[in-house]
Design a protein around this ligand. Structure first.
Ligand SMILES: Cc1cc2nc3c(=O)[nH]c(=O)nc-3n(C[C@H](O)[C@H](O)[C@H](O)COP(=O)(O)O)c2cc1C
Length: 205
């Protein structure tokens, strides 16, 4: 597995990987689990925002965000930052960046290239999705549609809290044209797109 130095901007690293259609996983920088703002302040300021600066997220921020969303927080059991029904963990987080769509591999804390190229605009119907640096797509592997909604809700709230803490902008979205996106992401018949979530920096005022 390739080692990613935190000093290499992730966009450059990922563009090279995507251009080469390289399928070897990218290891993210180790997530930083200390810090963050006090929980009550974070909750006070949690909000949906629909305006984003185009600036990419630095590798460390992306790493921290994905770990907060759905990372492994107890390596001894493989359990995660969000609960799941009977610990089935039937949800995958896909990461749509300008360079391509990646699958978040929580166990390795890395990204696996799924499709090279910019599919951001396909992840939603609202204009900002094509220009915000990151769209997460929550994809269920379970047959239980209600369970998938709850699971995506739990993960997306983790993202909301992280974003509030880091003063990033985010909005979770049900508005997704699921069929064309699933086709473009090469999803299997048992995989269902539940929600998407846009993340980025708020525009500079
Ligand atoms: C399941 C779900 C689906 C949503 N879908 C969209 C969406 O497609 N587009 C959008 O702009 N906001 C969407 N939202 C965000 C809500 O509009 C937003 O949470 C609500 O207006 C309350 O605002 P707040 O998050 O700032 O408290 C969705 C929220 C949830 C929970």
């Amino acid at each position: 597995m390739s080692k990613l130095s935190i000093v290499i901007p992730i966009a450059i690293f990922l563009s090279a990987a995507a251009a080469a259609q390289e399928l070897s996983p990218v290891v993210l920088p180790k997530p930083q689990m200390e810090g963050g703002r006090p929980l009550m302040q974070v909750l006070k300021e949690r909000t949906s925002q629909r305006e984003f600066a185009p600036d990419p997220l630095p590798p460390q921020v992306l790493s921290n965000l994905l770990w907060a969303a759905w990372g492994v927080n107890r390596p001894e059991s493989g359990k995660r930052t969000a609960p799941s029904a009977m610990n089935r963990q039937e949800m995958d987080v896909y990461v749509a960046l300008a360079e391509g769509v990646y699958l978040y591999d929580a166990k390795e804390h890395g990204l696996k290239l799924v499709v090279a190229g910019d599919l951001r605009a396909l992840t939603g119907t609202q204009p900002y999705v094509g220009t915000a640096p990151l769209n997460l797509v929550y994809v269920s592997r379970g047959g239980d549609a209600a369970g998938g909604g709850i699971q995506a809700g739990l993960i997306s709230e983790n993202v909301y809290l992280f974003c509030s803490s880091e003063r990033l902008a985010t909005v979770v979205r049900g508005s997704v044209n699921r069929e064309p996106l699933a086709k473009a992401m090469k999803l299997g018949p048992d995989q269902k797109i539940v929600l998407a979530q846009t993340v980025g920096y708020p525009p500079k005022k």
